[in-house]
Write a protein that binds this ligand. Structure first.
Ligand code: ADP
Length: 524
């Protein structure tokens, strides 16, 4: 049962004394002590209303109420909530023989009787003591209210967690089903069905990308809530950010049969930002546009310099968002419709990450929509460094043209044999000379014979871990120019710092994709 909200004036004293003169004298006396005393009403309903509008104490002379009034007062006091026990101060001529005193003593647990005649000082001090006790009751009530609120908040959080886990299990399983079926189908394909195999592989890659995105988002949420996200800012052209986002969400846009309109200015729009995070922001908006638009929709991305801001707008003609949800969709786990059948799943995390990333960049993101079924536009804004000047005097990496990588000798180290072997197969298919080692010790031995140009090394290895492998290789002058790349399931700043200190040149987070390996190899 909810505890009542605070009364209007919990320190008010209701008094019932025989004559109007007694009323005036007592009220004046108590006013001097800072207490507001008002006459007790005379009929049942009015008394009950008075008791419910906040009462500190009742001051009563035993011959001032008739039986009906006395019973009305007792009924009102009997209806108090469990935390409340209004103190009653009774002024009585004969506490043994007065029927009123006897009745009150039988019914009340918080009664103070003063024998008449009583000095004004004693009466005032009895009323003040009653009010102090009453104040403690109110404090207890406030604590109970706070406790009830905290319990309700816990119950709500628990319910949201259950809902979230159910959605998580569902969303993780969704992409797994087609991957498993795809693998089984690949195994049964008759030789020569290359086109079919390519289609299956592309489908599995898309689904895998979804899985990786879900897990990345989960990790990002926990990093952001622990304050562990650090932006690696550099001077970056927003056109390349949009292009990178289009590259990563392209397969999904294609698969959903959407028509894509891209409108980029001819001149660079420079901002100071973390290119990976900014591409993640735009990529999230594009993926959402693709998800919440039925097959064959139209999606538009526009980049403009607007005054001192770089502005990216992603619009679609899909599901739309009701006006009351336009701001809420940026809150964690908020989804407009949990039940709606969606082309691709989600956890209600993406937009909250988008907003947090934009805030970290000193920018903003907003949503507009004419209503359900009428499409949406998401607008990202962040301050520009300048427009048009091709001068990139700061440290922007020139984009390596083409993929004409030379054949490299590479060593893959991972105690997960499947993970090591598949990476070896993939890089062999790209023309590199590959070896695998399944432990730190084996890696050090093999490295001495094989002299790799690049070592891709897992961190969590038994006995000799990846950090030790890296620092031993760095101590050996033969490996002075070898590129050491850490490959780990962990990507926190802390782990990245440790791998830098151990001697790694780069840190990749699992699962590693060919694109990120190639970007690193291009630097060789
Ligand atoms: P998710 O897509 O994983 O549910 P997000 O945080 O990315 O989570 O989005 C939150 C919610 O906002 C979505 O569930 C969806 O209801 C709504 N939403 C996001 N983008 C769009 C869009 N382009 N059109 C319609 N609704 C959208």
């Amino acid at each position: 049962m909810a505890i009542e909200a605070p009364g209007l004036d919990p320190m008010r004293v209701l008094m019932a004394v025989p004559t109007q003169r007694d009323v005036d004298v007592t009220a004046q006396l108590l006013r001097k002590a800072g207490v507001c005393a008002v006459p007790l009403e005379r009929d049942g309903d009015a008394i009950s209303r008075q008791l419910h509008s906040g009462v500190g104490a009742v001051l009563l002379a035993d011959d001032s109420l008739d039986d009906r009034q006395l019973e009305a007062l007792l009924a009102g006091l009997a209806g108090q909530p469990p935390w409340s026990d209004v103190p009653v101060v009774l002024l009585t001529r004969d506490r043994e023989r007065s029927p009123c005193a006897a009745r009150l003593a039988a019914m009340l647990t918080n009664l103070t009787s003063l024998d008449l005649p009583v000095s004004t000082a004693s009466m005032a001090s009895a009323v003040l003591a009653a009010l102090r006790a009453r104040r403690r009751q109110y404090e207890i009530r406030d604590q109970l209210i706070a406790q009830q609120r905290a319990e309700q908040a816990l119950r709500d959080a628990d319910r949201r967690k259950d809902e979230f886990l159910a959605t998580l299990a569902h969303e993780l399983r969704n992409p797994l089903a087609p991957i498993r079926t795809g693998l089984q189908a690949l195994g049964r394909l008759p030789p020569g069905e290359d086109a079919q195999a390519t289609r299956l592989r592309q489908m599995m890659e898309r689904q895998l990308q979804l899985l990786v995105k879900l897990i990345d988002e989960l990790l990002d949420v926990s990093r952001i809530s622990n304050g562990n996200v650090r932006l690696e800012r550099e001077r970056v052209d927003m056109r390349s950010v949009v292009e990178a986002a289009l590259e990563s969400s392209g397969p999904m846009l294609d698969a959903a049969g959407h028509e894509l309109h891209v409108d980029l200015p001819d001149v660079p729009v420079w901002v100071l930002g973390d290119p990976t995070r900014l591409a993640q922001v735009v990529g999230n908006l594009l993926t959402n546009a693709a998800k919440y638009t039925s097959f064959g929709g139209s999606i538009r991305v526009v980049l403009r310099a607007d005054g001192a801001d770089a502005v990216v707008r992603v619009s679609d003609n899909g599901a739309g968002i009701p006006p009351e949800m336009l701001d809420q969709v940026f809150d964690l786990f908020v989804q407009v419709d949990h039940t709606r059948e969606r082309a691709q799943g989600g956890l209600g995390i993406g937009l909250s990450l988008v907003r947090k990333m934009m805030t970290l960049h000193g920018g903003s993101v907003t949503a507009e929509s004419p209503g359900l079924g009428r499409g949406s536009t998401f607008t990202v804004r962040l301050p520009t460094l300048g427009i048009g000047s091709a001068d990139s005097s700061t440290d922007i990496e020139p984009r390596a043209g083409g993929r004409g990588l030379r054949r490299l000798r590479m060593l893959v180290v991972d105690d997960n044999v499947d993970a090591a072997d598949t990476l070896v197969m993939l890089l062999e298919a790209c023309g590199h000379e590959m070896r695998a080692a399944y432990s730190g010790t084996a890696a050090l031995q093999l490295a001495r014979q094989f002299r790799p140009d690049v070592v891709l090394c897992d961190i969590g290895l038994p006995r000799i871990d990846g950090y030790t492998v890296a620092s031993r290789l760095r101590d050996d002058p033969h490996f002075a120019s070898t590129l050491l790349v850490a490959v780990s399931g962990w990507g926190t700043e802390d782990v990245k710092r440790r791998s830098r200190n151990a001697g790694f040149d780069f840190h990749l987070v699992k699962p590693v994709d060919l694109e990120s390996v190639n970007r690193i190899l291009e630097r060789l």
